[in-house]
Structure formats: C-alpha cells, structure tokens
Design a protein around this ligand. Structure first.
Ligand code: ATP
Length: 221
C-alpha cells in the first residue's frame, strides 16, 4: 500500500529518509529551500520542490494538508524547525516527526505538538557506546528517558542455561521478550528453553537494571 510522506530538509538525515522511503516505493514530497538539494533529489523523490517551509501559504499550496506524515529534518536552523512544526500543527497534519538538535529543542518540539521527536546523533552515540563496551551488545534502543530495549548476544555466560537458571526477571528486573536463533525468532520464550551462545536475546527494562544485567551476564571480561 502506498502512503504519502513529505520530507522537509534534505541534509544527511532528511536525505537518507527520503531515499529510503522512495526506494521502498513510497510517494515522497521532498522540500528544501536550497536549489542544489532539490536538483539532487528530483530524480529520487516523486516530487522535489524548492520552498521555505516556515511559510504557511507555500506549504498549503504544495498540498501538504493531504499528506499524512511529514518529517521535519531541518537541523542547524532551530528557529526554522520550530516554526515549520508550528505551521504543520496548525494545518492539522496527522503525524509530524521532527529531528531535534539538542534536549532543549526536543522539549519545545514536544510542547508545540510534534508527534514524534527523534534525536539521531544522541541515540546513535548511545548505541555505539554500548557496542563499544561489549561487542555482545548488538543494539540499544531508547524507549523513554529511563527504559530501553537491548539486543544482546547470549555469549559464554548464558550459554547452556535456561531462563529459569538465569532468573533474569527476579535478579535484574529485566524481561527477555524474544530470543532470535538464526533466522527464527521466538517471541515469549519458554522459561525452560536452553540458550545457546549464538542466540540473540531481546531484553527490555529500566536503564539501570539493563546496565546491571549487561555487566553480570553479557560483558565477557
Ligand atoms: P544533517 O546533519 O542531517 O546533514 P543538518 O543539521 O546539517 O542535517 P541543516 O543543513 O541544518 O541540517 O538542514 C537540513 C536542510 O534543511 C538543508 O538542506 C537546508 O537547506 C534545509 N532547510 C533549512 N531551513 C529550511 C527552511 N526554512 N525550509 C526548507 N528547507 C530548509
């Protein structure tokens, strides 16, 4: 099913979203105030238009009100990002995703009605830091300020044991919500299932609990 998206701001982040959505066969309206950027994306997006997104009349003319999901990927110019978000909320866009440059920017975006605020540099930094601590920590996804999901390789400390043996919920306050074994994914794994070293566990919990879990059961030094 084709859905309509608009991406405003075609820097590295917005440009990559635009390319990925387009390659997935989605209809994308790409908007940037810079002519060079629009030239770069005119053969990638379904429509690429030079426009200043802080101007409500221009966005209306572009038919932005018919688009369900708009992604605002203006980074450095925080003022333009905020103004654009205000215009989009005034136009009652169903879903507005905005890239935040810092925590203060994020707070304002949430306040003025952005549905989703993303902070790619911070999040990627966190994920990479966890992977640097241990190559067994494959991914780390923030759910809120205090809760995350970690994807970890079982490794030597968990290999050959069951979830009952490890007692992760009682010991660490975390929940193993799925175990990936090769191409198979076992959602809600049985407590008596024997874990293999190559298995990948998807674990959800408070950051402080996940951190204890990782320290004791994942990091192998
Ligand atoms: P990245 O790190 O993803 O490259 P960035 O922080 O460098 O992002 P910027 O260069 O600040 O991002 O902005 C991304 C794009 O947004 C630029 O191509 C810029 O021309 C465009 N842009 C900035 N302000 C506006 C605006 N008011 N209307 C439309 N596009 C805008």
């Amino acid at each position: 099913m084709k859905r309509d998206y608009a991406v405003i701001g075609l820097g590295r982040f917005g440009g990559s979203i635009c390319k990925e959505l387009s390659s997935e066969g989605m209809q994308v309206l790409a908007i940037d105030s810079d002519e060079d950027k629009i030239n770069e994306f005119k053969n990638i997006a379904s429509h690429a238009v030079i426009a200043d997104s802080t101007d409500e009349a221009t966005l209306k003319e572009l038919g932005i009100r018919n688009i369900d999901h708009v992604i605002v990927a203006i980074g450095d110019n925080i003022q333009a990002s905020i103004l654009t978000t205000v215009v989009l909320t005034d136009l009652n866009i169903k879903m507005i995703t905005v890239k935040a440059q810092n925590d203060y920017h994020e707070k304002i975006l949430n306040r003025i009605g952005a549905n989703q605020v993303v902070h790619p540099e911070r999040d990627m930094g966190k994920r990479i830091a966890h992977n640097i601590i241990s190559s067994n920590i494959l991914d780390y996804l923030e759910l809120s300020d205090d809760y995350s999901i970690a994807e970890v390789k079982a490794g030597s400390k968990m290999s050959g044991k069951t979830l009952i043996d490890l007692d992760i919920r009682a010991e660490y306050g975390c929940n193993v919500v799925a175990i990936k074994q090769g191409k198979d994914i076992n959602v809600s794994p049985a407590a008596d299932e024997v874990i293999k070293g190559d298995d990948i566990l998807i674990v959800i919990g408070a950051d402080k609990d996940l951190s204890r879990f990782e320290k004791h059961l994942v990091i192998d030094r």
